[in-house]
Design a protein around this ligand. Structure first.
Ligand code: FE2
Ligand code: FE2
Length: 186
């Protein structure tokens, strides 16, 4: 489902800045999702598109490049991917609910905020900091262009309808990315 809320469209820049710009947008959308006076249905659909596009582009392009540059370990990349899966699972719970003015909706939004805020903090601390320290600006700019292209393309084609998010969560379950849900402390 395509979104009526503007999700931004950057084309170039240091990949770290582009990722952080999206993180700020995630936080803003989550705040709107908590606000019962906003159009929560439109906000959840916009959040879904941005979350899936951003996480997919990170997994396909950013994490592998940071690994080859030895900025992050395989464990850190895998952990980031698991946290994306947990975010998608919490997102699915929000998308599955019919009404947006119920206690069940508030509870699902709270779980989504927990999962996503945890990941944003951890990614900025353990992935973006070493990327800034260990990867040169030229590579970060090249990576920024590739990240932006993939992210924009996924948003333009629509990557997070209810059916698509169900399939993403099913695949993550199959791949074992949602095991050890309580073991996300590190
Ligand atoms: Fe991110
Ligand atoms: Fe991420």
């Amino acid at each position: 489902m395509t979104s009526t809320i503007d999700l931004g469209h950057f084309v170039s820049g240091d990949v770290i800045d582009l990722i952080l710009t999206d993180h700020v947008r995630f936080e803003s959308l989550l705040r709107q999702l908590r606000d019962s006076s906003s159009d929560r249905d439109a906000v959840r659909r916009a959040f879904a598109e941005l979350h899936v596009a951003h996480a997919t582009a990170e997994e396909e392009l950013v994490y592998p490049k940071l690994r080859t540059k030895r900025a992050i370990t395989a464990h850190e990349a895998e952990h980031g991917t698991e946290e994306h899966a947990e975010g998608n699972e919490a997102l699915l719970a929000v998308l599955e609910l019919k009404g947006t003015d119920t206690e069940a909706f508030d509870d699902a939004v709270e779980e989504l905020c927990k999962a996503v805020n945890h990941h944003l903090a951890e990614e900025e601390l353990t992935i973006l900091n070493p990327a800034r320290d260990d990867v040169g600006l030229q590579v970060r700019v090249e990576l920024g262009e590739a990240f932006a292209k993939r992210r924009n393309e996924l948003i333009a084609q629509g990557c997070a309808s209810l059916t698509q998010v169900r399939a993403i969560v099913r695949d993550a379950e199959r791949e074992g990315l949602l095991d050890d849900e309580d073991d996300d402390e590190d």
